[in-house]
Design a protein around this ligand. Structure first.
Ligand code: PLP
Length: 455
């Protein structure tokens, strides 16, 4: 333990940040770091932006905070309209919150209240994937499929029915379509066993985030889940806290698969690290039903305040003005090519997967059998520490429930430029070479073995 009063993570003391600009951060010792994971996949526009600062200051000069039940504000209404346009009006209503976990809580409660209002109070269960991550508050944790996070709280959460998603890396017994069809059949059985009349909805990350190392689920699977929800009369809830607002090269990851959910939540990239803001988008019919039944019994103090919404609006405007969805696709292709070249050098790199500027690199003890490293070896932490020494921040996660190896995410700001992608890859190459040497010499420094409590 250091003498800091803060207790976020076990392990050695952290460097103290001094300042940041674009994709770079500096600590107080003068060392620079390329932000290869946008903080917590949140600083999507990079650091130190004048336009966001100006928009925030302009709003603060007018009014920073008003409570949502006392005043409407121009930035809140404008941001609501912008978000509705991104799904061409199909998700016609918006509710603001301040974090991803709050966003997921809001979706669970809206969905429950919808069926309550419809006179179907027996609908009480959700379905979600294992592995998955949906947040750290009790409701969201109940949706989360990740043993180390769940374990202390299982008796206290309202746990969802957990089903596996497709795993295009590990399944080897059949072609991909057959694999998806089997997984969908297994999911249907689990939903039937629970009783279709008891289900509220299916909560899903359309492209996996930190929990799966950017695992892709594919169009066949997601459209299959949409069809199952329709058949069982329950709601599809897309958790785009991490993938939303451009991260994968479209505004939302669902749009890769031509799937429109009934409720969608997003957060991290909406405030882009400048101010906490998240949003829940829902079909108008759901919201109208709930509102007609007496209103949505939910809310958080800071939700949708003018400063938060002015920030979110400035973020969306910057994405459009600078054509950052296109930059995400182009720089994503450059990053993917570089990661695949690096992966070819080492048989402990099992799989590289992702979309846009969200890439996962999975590490395995044996490339042939795809066997993960033993969890206690903490390979994810070791490679992350080496990358940090080389001046690169990547986002680590450990072996998950025995179904996926250690991995790290590479997900720099959507503003990254070609030469900065090259620098990122050079620093990663050095870290991977050092990891490889240390692995052969069985000489890796011990890293904290405690699970990170937030992904
Ligand atoms: N859902 C997903 C998919 C996430 O990745 C996260 C955070 O990593 C959350 C929910 C929770 O968001 P927050 O940390 O803002 O509460």
């Amino acid at each position: 333990m250091t003498d800091s009063p803060l207790f976020y993570q076990a392990g050695p003391a952290l460097p103290e940040v001094s300042h940041a600009d674009g994709v770079m951060l500096w600590d107080t010792q003068g060392k620079d770091y390329l932000d290869g994971c946008s903080g917590a996949i949140s600083c999507n526009l990079g650091h130190g932006r004048q336009d966001i600062r100006d928009a925030m200051l302009a709003q603060m000069d007018k009014v920073a905070f008003t409570y949502r039940t006392q005043f409407e504000s121009a930035p809140a209404v404008a941001l609501g309209h912008r978000l509705v346009e991104l799904f061409e009006g199909e998700l016609g209503k918006v509710f603001f919150i301040s974090s991803g976990s709050e966003a997921v809580e809001s979706a669970l409660k809206l969905a429950r209240q919808y069926f309550f209002a419809l006179g179907q109070p027996q609908r009480q269960r959700f379905v979600s994937l294992r592995p998955s991550y949906h947040g750290s508050t009790m409701g969201a944790l109940g949706m989360t499929g990740y043993q180390p996070l769940e374990a202390p709280f299982t008796s206290m959460t309202h746990a969802s029915i957990k089903v596996p998603g497709p795993d295009f890396y590990r399944h080897q017994e059949c072609d991909d379509d057959t694999h998806v069809d089997r997984i969908l059949a297994e999911t249907r059985s689990a939903m039937e066993a629970a009783g279709p009349e008891s289900l509220i909805g299916f909560v899903i990350e359309p492209i996996g985030g930190a929990s799966t190392g950017a695992r892709l689920l594919g169009k066949r699977y997601l459209q299959g889940i949409r069809a199952l929800c329709d058949e069982f009369g329950c709601l599809l809830i897309a958790d785009e806290v991490l993938t939303g607002v451009g991260r994968t090269g479209t505004w939302f990851a669902c749009q890769h698969y031509d799937v429109v959910p009934d409720i969608l939540v997003t957060a991290k990239g909406l405030g882009a690290g400048y101010y906490p803001i998240g949003a829940m988008l829902a079909r108008s019919a759901i919201v109208e039903t709930v509102m007609a039944s007496g209103g949505f019994q939910h809310g958080h103090t800071y939700a949708g305040n003018p400063l938060a919404c002015a920030t979110g609006l400035a973020v969306l405007e910057a994405i459009v003005r600078e054509d950052l969805l296109e930059n995400t696709r182009q720089r994503g292709a450059q990053l993917e090519a570089g990661l695949r070249r690096l992966a070819e050098r080492y048989d402990w790199v099992g799989h590289v997967r992702g979309a846009g500027l969200l890439w996962g690199v999975e590490l395995v003890a044996d490339g042939e059998s795809r066997q993960p490293f033993p969890a206690e070896q903490n390979r994810f932490a070791q490679i992350t520490a080496l990358a940090k020494q080389e001046g690169l921040l990547i986002y680590p996660r450990r072996t998950l429930d025995g179904v996926a190896g250690d991995h790290f995410l590479v997900c720099p700001p959507l503003t990254i430029q070609p030469e900065e992608v090259d620098t990122l890859l050079e620093r990663l190459a050095r870290a991977m070479a050092r990891f490889d040497q240390a692995l052969s010499a069985a000489d890796l420094p011990p890293q904290p073995s405690r699970e990170r409590l937030t992904p």
